[in-house]
Design a protein. Structure first.
Length: 305
């Protein structure tokens, strides 16, 4: 019980540190006069994915491949199903045409490239695959930049402070290390699968910043930031964070084929929902469908792991 409490507390401070970093990064981006979507797709997506990045790095160093992979795949499924689904259930909202025509498609392209690379390398990604993943990531960022020159970002009322930015980053590293160490300890104490802990305890915990930022953005009618945050975070997790882990230890994906198929299917469903029915509009019904798919994923993990 003590170990579980430590994990929850460290997760709380990890998320709080990410929240502070989000505010500072957004304030900096506002100074640079980036468009709303680009801030969501790059700066905020990077910031809200920092808990996943930190936890992934420490998982890779400790040699816990299953915890690492399940955390990232679980975070992307949580973003696309649970977060987008819950937002649509309570705040049904419209996305822009370019989100369906370009930005969601960038996520699909990323998954196709990831699948091709993974199959060619027999589901074991080494540092050379990591370099390719980073190149793909930056290529997609450039494409995003070319198609997303729109209105300026709305004021988040956060004053930029370099010292606060640095301290929040240091805090992220410290509490990320504590969180991973204690999660591994929890798995050993209670003989819980690392995959289950990665998919649910870590994935949901580290996805809370995405939920908070997306909810606030939708409430403030800043849909560009909301959609950009989710899409950008998924892209960052899949390509950038996975690539970083390959430089520490080769990434083993043999046990995650079904999960990757599920993630690919979810991304396609989001695209279909965006272009069918009332176009570019996520209704309550579609939100319910996404939440249902998330619980289907939960059942899959509980009964077949």
């Amino acid at each position: 019980m003590v170990t579980f409490i430590i994990v929850v507390i460290s997760l709380f401070f990890l998320i709080k540190s990410a929240d502070i970093f989000v505010g500072q990064a957004s304030a900096l981006a506002q100074k640079l006069k980036f468009s709303s979507f680009l801030i969501g797709f790059t700066i905020v997506a990077f910031s809200t994915s920092l808990p996943e990045l930190i936890s992934t790095v420490f998982s890779a160093i400790a040699g816990h491949n299953k915890l690492l992979v399940s955390n990232i795949i679980g975070s992307n499924i949580t973003n696309s199903c649970l977060i987008l689904g819950l937002i649509a259930l309570f705040k049904n909202f419209q996305i822009r045409k370019r989100d369906a025509d370009v930005n969601i498609l960038l996520n699909i392209i990323a998954l196709v490239a990831f699948w091709i690379l993974t199959v060619l390398m027999s589901f074991t990604l080494n540092w050379s695959a990591g370099i390719l993943l980073i190149l793909i990531f930056f290529a997609l960022q450039i494409l995003s930049n070319n198609y997303n020159h729109f209105e300026n970002f709305k004021n988040l009322h956060t004053k930029y402070n370099l010292l606060v930015l640095i301290l929040s980053l240091v805090s992220l590293v410290i509490f990320g290390k504590i969180c991973i160490d204690q999660t591994i300890n929890l798995a050993e104490q209670f003989k819980i699968s690392e995959t289950i802990l990665g998919y649910f305890l870590l994935a949901i915990g580290t996805s809370l910043p995405e939920l908070i930022v997306t909810w606030i953005a939708v409430n403030k009618n800043n849909k560009d930031l909301a959609v950009g945050n989710i899409l950008g975070s998924n892209l960052f997790n899949l390509l950038f964070i996975f690539s970083i882990s390959t430089f520490i230890k080769p990434l083993q994906l043999n046990d995650f084929k079904i999960d990757l198929i599920f993630l690919t299917g979810i991304t396609m469903v989001v695209y279909v929902f965006a272009i069918t029915g009332k176009k570019y509009f996520f209704s309550k019904k579609e939100g319910f469908g996404l939440v249902f798919l998330y619980f289907l994923f939960v059942l899959l993990q509980v009964f077949y792991m």
